[in-house]
Design a binder for this molecule. Structure first.
Ligand code: FCB
Length: 444
């Protein structure tokens, strides 16, 4: 079984890049080994009631020890690239202390990819902030942006041009709004003003780091990864349409617009001046530094009503959903990409850096028949194809995730992998979706 795309789809050309993605805290395990320091997610997991089932970063997928087998698996499935992230607390376990053993792990991992002909796509920050920075206010503290730039400098000095592509941040919307505004991710605070200030400091961190990364790795690509859950009005009423549009300003364009134009969206600043972050002279120029690529993570859409208590409120849908409860709506990915191209004349080349489904189908007789996930990937690859046909420059696509892993506040309850992981034995079983990718990639 494989995926079905239109004949001569650009996704079937060998220059279209296919990869799989993971993130350090979600797969590595080994949280106390080789001098790794504590992260805000270790602390959050230890806080009762925060993570489903009291789960934590152990054992995860024990990728810290099993990385070589995992790279073999990526190779045998036929993927071109591996998107992984670097754990800041392994590199800088205490403020200003640089841990050789932490660097060594990523050195081995990157060389292991190169030996196998897999392109390394590194993300410098996928949410595991060192706990000592969390204690100083985390991303609400401006100083964290400068600390990030120093860390990014060190890592890119060591890994240099061996890494094909560096992303500064993964999903700053989550690191800011989900973490400081909505209280769902570490550190679990609920304050609008803090959420917007954290967003600004994350974007600033990106902007401060970028020129140093370019100096250290001049032939690598440098960019950022944002997540989008595009909003659709529940009805065709003027009020619902305006509420949905405003939701996109706050949640999508508040992150993308400053990167591409050097300004925060006027719609947000006008409606909520009291939430606007403190910005120093020069910040916006740093944030708007040229990007080689924009990484887009897409899972689902939101349906919005104006008739709730807030500026906009989500309306649960009766439609088909993945096991985590997210609506399956692939056309939103096409609309998102074509909409960005229409709004921003300097939209950089795009990679879909994450896309995938929670499908908790268990192992039966040594197989995992995850048909929901197979259908999800088929539909979303076609959605990307339609966007490319409409003129959007999409260079590659990464499945989230290579394997089942620690799904943040959901613990180990939600499985996003194309490869099943048994957390007791660490046995990996490629699912039907992995085999569909393998067949698809082999046919290119
Ligand atoms: C994204 C995260 C990724 C994973 C997926 C399901 O928001 O970047 O780590 O948890 O969701």
């Amino acid at each position: 079984m494989s995926f079905k795309l239109p004949e001569a789809s650009p996704l079937q050309r060998s220059d279209f890049l296919f990869g799989v993605a993971t993130a350090s805290f979600q797969v590595e395990g080994a949280t106390t080994e080789d001098g790794r320091g504590e992260s805000i997610w270790d602390r959050f997991c230890d806080t009762p009631g925060r993570v489903l089932g009291g789960d934590n970063g152990m054992p995860a997928c024990d990728h810290y020890h099993r990385w070589a087998d995992d790279l073999d698996m990526i190779k045998s499935l036929g993927f071109d690239a591996y998107r992984f992230s670097i754990a800041w607390p392994r590199i800088e376990p205490e403020s200003g202390v640089w841990n050789d053993k932490g660097f060594d792990f990523y050195d081995r991992l990157v060389d292991g990819m190169l030996e196998r002909g897999i392109k390394p796509y590194a993300t410098l920050y996928h949410w595991d902030l060192p706990q000592y920075l969390g204690e100083r206010g985390g991303w609400v503290n401006r100083d964290t942006a400068y600390r990030f730039a120093d860390y990014a400098d060190r890592v890119t000095r060591v890994l240099g041009n061996r890494v094909s592509s560096y992303a500064t941040l993964n999903e700053p919307w989550c690191s800011a709004f989900l973490s400081y505004r909505l209280g769902i991710h570490a550190p679990g605070l609920k304050d609008d003003r803090m959420g917007f200030q954290a967003a600004h400091h994350l974007l600033l961190a990106h902007g401060l780091a970028l020129p140093r990364m370019r100096d250290n790795a001049p032939t690598s690509e440098h960019g950022i990864v944002l997540n989008f859950t595009p909003a659709y009005p529940e009805t065709d009423s003027q009020a619902d349409r305006a509420a949905a549009a405003y939701s996109d300003e706050e949640n999508s364009h508040f992150y993308l617009e400053p990167l591409l134009t050097g300004h925060y969206p006027v719609a947000v600043a006008e409606r909520h001046p009291e939430w606007m972050p403190t910005v120093y002279p020069g910040d916006m120029d740093a944030i708007a530094a040229d990007l080689d690529f924009l990484g887009i993570n897409f899972y689902t859409r939101a349906v919005i009503t104006a008739s709730g208590e807030n500026d906009y409120d989500g309306v649960p849908q009766q439609a088909a959903k993945t096991d985590i409860g997210w609506e399956i709506y692939p056309q939103a990915l096409t609309d998102l990409l074509t909409g960005f191209k229409a709004r921003y004349d300097n939209l950089p080349p795009v990679y879909i850096t994450e896309n995938g489904a929670a499908d908790n189908t268990p192992v039966t007789n040594g197989e995992v028949n995850d048909q929901l996930r197979v259908g999800y990937y088929d539909a979303h690859l076609n959605a990307v194809d339609r966007a490319i046909q409409a003129g959007v420059d999409v260079q590659g696509y990464f499945a989230w995730s290579l394997m089942d892993n620690f799904e943040w506040a959901e613990g180990y309850s939600q499985r996003f992998g194309i490869v099943h992981v048994n957390y007791d034995t660490q046995v990996r079983t490629p699912k039907a979706s992995a085999l569909a990718f393998k067949a698809f990639l082999a046919a290119r």
